[in-house]
Write a protein that binds this ligand. Structure first.
Ligand SMILES: CC(C)(COP(=O)(O)OP(=O)(O)OC[C@H]1O[C@@H](n2cnc3c(N)ncnc32)[C@H](O)[C@@H]1OP(=O)(O)O)[C@@H](O)C(=O)NCCC(=O)NCCS
Length: 140
């Protein structure tokens, strides 16, 4: 992902999430040198992911498949490639947060061998108040 891709990514992000990342979140990620990848089918954006590496830990900050292309195996391909890249950069584990109410996301990570290691109470904004995040980990 480059600065010129942010417009397109932001448009997808806003269609996918009730509480989307802002333009600033993507700009800051690129400015910080996080690993930010696009997944394309031809010249069409179908997904993207952002990952931060700290020593031997990779933190997956965002992984998204565009609306209309979900549940067709693309997220699995993208996640596997992020795990592979993290491993090649020296990470030994991958950590992420997922909304407690995100049933599909939780099933997705479960399927990929992530296990819960904690809870961050009231981590996310929600329709009514706040919502907790489950902290998941996968040993790479
Ligand atoms: C979560 C997400 C990245 C998964 O990518 P995807 O391409 O839709 O998922 P895949 O087709 O690779 O699914 C792999 C497995 O995940 C699980 N899964 C995925 N979507 C699911 C859903 N809607 N309901 C239940 N399980 C689901 C299933 O176990 C599935 O395996 P199966 O197809 O053999 O049943 C994608 O659906 C997405 O972007 N969702 C919205 C944003 C989001 O929630 N991101 C994660 C936030 S932490």
């Amino acid at each position: 992902m480059q600065a010129e891709d942010i417009e397109l990514v932001l448009d997808a992000e806003q269609r996918i999430y009730a509480f989307p990342w802002t333009r600033g979140n993507f700009e800051d990620s690129l400015a910080s040198g996080y690993t930010a990848r696009l997944m394309r089918d031809g010249n069409q954006l179908v997904g993207y992911a952002v990952m931060m590496l700290i020593l031997d830990e990779a933190h997956l900050l965002n992984i998204s498949i565009v609306s209309g292309r979900q549940q067709a195996g693309l997220g699995s391909l993208l996640l596997e490639s992020m795990c592979e890249e993290a491993r090649s950069l020296g990470a030994q584990r991958m950590v992420l947060e997922v909304r407690q109410s995100n049933v599909a996301g939780r099933a997705f990570y479960d399927r990929h061998g992530f296990a819960q290691i904690g809870v961050r109470t009231d981590y996310y904004p929600a329709e009514q108040g706040r919502e907790s995040a489950l902290v998941l980990e996968k040993i790479l």
